[in-house]
Design a protein around this ligand. Structure first.
Ligand code: PRP
Length: 182
């Protein structure tokens, strides 16, 4: 356990910093290079799933050295429940046409995989040229996801993680690192 005086933590102590700024920056650079190499041609649309992906997406796209467009998805899944209901629906649908494009879906964390599985089903029917997932964190417990996560930042420990887009009751999304909350 580390005590920190970071004013962003509102007095909450973090158990540990799981991934610090340097580690995340280095990994985002590597992922950007991997993604650049994976798409030698065609139109690439990077789709960020809000809200959790917004910080990662902003850093990631700046490491991709080829033309691309960015759009976002907002899905509603958990509602009032703490566990995903599986009833994922789009509350914001991208304006951009997906047909014939390489679609790269960007997510902050894959947990049960329910959200991504439903989104993949919803997006696949729109006729993209390819459809892949890039997740900053992967818990490797996603029994619900029947699609490989092609680009993974880090395997995530089974701790309650916040920061770099991930929240606890909407707090802590703006931490520049990923921490586990005590
Ligand atoms: C979180 C996270 C993923 C999803 C992962 O989103 O950002 O989208 O849950 O869980 P799963 O693999 O079990 O489906 P949340 O619904 O908390 O919304 P947020 O992105 O706005 O934080």
């Amino acid at each position: 356990m580390i005590e920190t005086n970071d004013p962003r933590l509102m007095g909450r102590a973090v158990e540990r910093i799981a991934f610090d700024e340097t580690a995340i920056r280095d990994r985002a650079r590597e992922l950007g290079a991997e993604i650049t190499a994976a798409y030698p041609d065609g139109e690439l649309l990077v789709l960020g799933l809000l809200k959790g992906s917004f910080v990662f997406l902003a850093d990631l796209v700046r490491q991709i050295q080829r033309p691309l467009h960015v759009d976002f998805l907002v899905a509603s899944s958990y509602g009032e429940a703490t566990v995903s209901s599986g009833n994922v629906r789009l509350v914001y649908d991208p304006e951009t046409k997906l047909e014939g494009k390489h679609i790269l879906l960007v997510e902050d964390i894959v947990d049960s995989g329910r959200t991504l599985q439903k989104l993949m089903e919803l997006l696949r029917v729109r006729g993209p040229r390819s459809l892949e997932i890039c997740a900053l964190l992967h818990k490797r417990i996603a029994t619900e996801l029947h699609h490989e996560v092609r680009f993974v930042g880090f395997d995530a420990p089974s701790e309650f993680l916040v920061g770099y887009g991930l929240d606890h009751a909407e707090d802590f999304r703006h931490l520049p690192y990923v921490a586990s909350l005590r």
